[in-house]
Design a protein around this ligand. Structure first.
Ligand code: FMN
Length: 374
């Protein structure tokens, strides 16, 4: 079993906002201090097709795309990371400022803490305060939506907290399963979601957090009324791996920690993009193990609309906390844009639309090919 200071300090059972706050800070620090990334990244098995004579000027390439009713400068999303702690407020402020400066999408982490404890609201509200123009995605968990005491007014609170453009409902079954006292009953999810759908016009996307979507579920949720998907597949941050570094495992009951056994569980991000695109024409955000602008280009070629990054921006924001500026995060966004623009130039494409879902622009090799051809 891995030793960690998080295991050594006996954490109390999560039941009040202090405990939610403790958990938030552990979730931020563990990925920075330990390797909790999936071991296999399938993006390496995709090759984009090179075009030797680019006939467009590099700077003329247009990376801008529409995200629901707003235009953004490039198909990049800062994925849901945090909220509900004073440090989360700092991180969210840094990320939102950088996203506003670069005109890309910003997401907040689960807003449950803000609903349960008004003292924690400012860690979410700050995003809209510093980023009045960009699209901001709100976030609530399947566990909250599935609760027997679920109240649609709480959904409204999430929207109002940040003046959200879009809401994401995160599906994190594995994470809930391997964490202490997780929410693992989703029987009321569809019924409660339908209530939301009838009342709210705001776009709602279904978001995985690192274990990916299968095709049937995407088809089903499309019919249920979701407006888009964040595939959140394997290849990047593993929430089971994060939980394995916390103090969850009851070795009185089991011989092995399920959080360690299931750390690689799930559907790889590129596979999940293909599955979801086969199921729906709606918006797709590819998140989970994207590392560069080349991975955004690969995701778009497979059929995604946007590339999302959590771990990368957690790292850049953490650095920016020390430098009292948002320069590392802005530099990271500019780096991603430059890499994406470089892909388009080397493929002789003048805009994102000409790459999207184009099967003749890439080939698939290795394990990814094997997965897709089973
Ligand atoms: C520290 C941390 C906290 C996260 N919290 C949330 C969350 O509250 N809600 C959510 O939908 N996803 C959350 N995620 C998942 C990410 O949005 C993303 O789907 C996942 O980390 C895969 O992307 P990555 O490989 O770029 O990290 C979190 C990820 C990290 C690293």
């Amino acid at each position: 079993m891995t030793s960690s200071k998080y295991r050594e300090e006996k954490m109390p059972k999560p039941k009040d906002s202090k405990e939610i706050m403790d958990r938030k800070i552990e979730h931020l620090k563990i990925p920075l201090e330990y390797d909790v990334q999936h071991s296999k990244n399938y993006f390496n098995d995709i090759k984009l097709i090179h075009h030797p004579i680019p006939e467009i000027d590099f700077e003329d390439i247009d990376l801008s795309v529409k995200f629901f009713n707003k235009k953004i400068s490039a198909p990049i999303c800062i994925s849901a990371i945090t909220g509900g702690h004073p440090i989360s407020k700092e991180i969210n402020e840094i990320l939102a400022r950088a996203a506003e400066e670069e005109n890309i999408i910003m997401s907040v982490g689960s807003q449950r803490a803000g609903i349960e404890d008004p003292a924690l609201l400012d860690s979410f509200k700050i995003t809209r305060e510093v980023a009045p123009n960009i699209p901001i995605i709100g976030n609530i968990g399947i566990g909250q939506v599935s609760d027997a005491t679920f109240n649609v007014a709480n959904f409204n609170k999430c929207i109002e907290m940040i003046n959200a453009d879009v809401m994401a409902i995160h599906l994190n079954a594995l994470h809930e399963l391997v964490q202490d006292k997780g929410d693992i009953s989703y029987k009321l999810f569809r019924k409660n979601f339908q209530k939301l759908r009838e009342i709210y016009k705001i776009p709602i996307i279904a978001k995985e957090v690192g274990t990916g979507f299968n095709q049937d579920l995407a088809m089903n949720l499309d019919k249920l009324g979701f407006d888009g998907f964040d595939v959140g597949g394997t290849g990047g941050t593993s929430f089971a791996a994060i939980e394995s570094k916390r103090n969850n495992f009851d070795n009185q009951k089991y011989t092995r920690d399920p959080a360690e056994v299931f750390r690689e569980w799930g559907i790889p991000t590129p596979v999940s993009v293909i599955y979801v695109r086969n199921a729906t024409q709606k918006l797709i955000i590819a998140t989970g193990g994207l590392k560069t602008g080349v991975d955004i280009a690969k995701s778009i070629a497979l059929g995604a609309d946007i590339g999302g990054f959590a771990f990368k921006f957690l790292k850049s924001a953490w650095k920016d906390r020390k430098s009292t500026s948002v320069s590392n995060t802005v530099k990271e966004i500019r780096t991603l844009k430059n890499e994406l623009r470089s892909c388009l130039w080397l493929m002789n494409l003048d805009k994102i639309e000409n790459l999207k879902g184009k099967k003749n622009k890439y080939i698939i090799l290795g394990k990814l090919y094997q997965w897709l051809n089973q």
